[in-house]
Ligand binder design. Structure first.
Ligand SMILES: [Ca+2]
Ligand SMILES: [Ca+2]
Ligand SMILES: [Ca+2]
Ligand SMILES: [Ca+2]
Length: 282
């Protein structure tokens, strides 16, 4: 193939990608995630100890576990990068995620092992959490079966793992009636979050994130059908965890879904309080 036509082909393939991601067959399965009610509001201080046993968590996620999920798409939706100074894949990124709710708030937490903190973004925009170390919870509330791309009811609560806590570090991408992809910081009165770096004393890029997001000023703005939460309500949820580690875009995990199409997000059922797992004495 001549160089010029090869380049033309590359450009064609490149420009076709966004359309392809919308047209791609979506998985025929959805996960169900039973998210418990918290009876005692946690203190947002970067330590999850007081509520992690009462929250939804399904254990450690790393690239090996993701490889065996039905939504896995190697190199595209789920990937890590090697810039020549990265550890083994399991040391590159692994995390436990926590989520719970009460009458007013969603509680979001993560305990993360990362080999490098990277929030430098050469093409920085306030909305570009996806090219910095960040964790983002995609929530549709209430869930419906219509596939939408950040339309009415779709929200992303994104936390950039930056010790300087810039204004854009708690970001809200969302839809609204007849509007899509609205981009703004989470309203200050609707969010509180804490970061605790190197919590286990053996990795400076390791961290704990603890956050509270008020639902009425966020979910309630995105969809007028949203009502104060009740046991049995169904939301949609996906987690996107970005890990550039020195590259422009870099690695990311997508968990419970395949991207911005909210019809692929897991079914998040609001349930009552959960007792901690009891261990037997023998
Ligand atoms: Ca706490
Ligand atoms: Ca990493
Ligand atoms: Ca939808
Ligand atoms: Ca990182």
């Amino acid at each position: 193939m001549k160089r010029a036509s090869f380049l033309a082909l590359l450009i064609l393939v490149g420009t076709a990608l966004p359309a392809r991601s919308q047209d791609a067959p979506r998985p025929t399965q959805l996960v169900k995630l039973y998210v418990p009610y918290l009876e005692e509001p946690p203190e947002i201080d970067g330590d999850l100890a007081e509520w992690k046993d009462a929250a939804f968590t399904d254990g450690v996620w790393d690239i090996y576990r993701l490889r065996h999920t039905f939504w896995y798409d190697e190199g595209r939706r789920n990937r890590l990068t090697d810039h020549g100074n990265e550890g083994h894949p399991e040391d590159d990124l692994s995390a436990r995620y926590y989520i719970a709710w009460d009458d007013e708030n969603l509680y979001l937490g993560a305990e993360v092992r990362d080999n490098r903190n990277d929030v430098e973004d050469p093409n920085h925009q306030p909305k570009s959490w996806y090219s910095k170390d960040s964790i983002c919870w995609f929530i549709e509330a209430p869930r419906d079966d219509a596939p939408e791309w950040f339309g009415q009811g779709d929200n992303a609560f994104c936390f950039v793992i930056d010790k300087n806590r810039p204004d854009y570090a708690a970001w809200w991408r969302h839809g609204a009636p007849k509007q899509t992809y609205l981009e703004e910081p989470i309203p200050a009165e609707a969010v509180n979050y804490a970061l605790n770096f190197d919590p286990w004393g053996d990795g400076e890029a390791d961290f704990i994130l603890e956050a509270r997001v008020a639902m009425a000023p966020t979910l309630g703005q995105s969809d007028p059908r949203w009502q104060p939460p009740q046991i049995g309500d169904e939301y949609g949820m996906e987690i996107v965890h970005c890990d550039p580690d020195g590259g422009p875009y870099g690695g990311h995990f997508m968990i419970y879904g395949t991207g911005d199409d909210d019809a692929t997000w897991g079914r998040m059922i609001l349930v009552g309080p959960q007792k901690p797992i009891e261990r037997r004495s023998q």
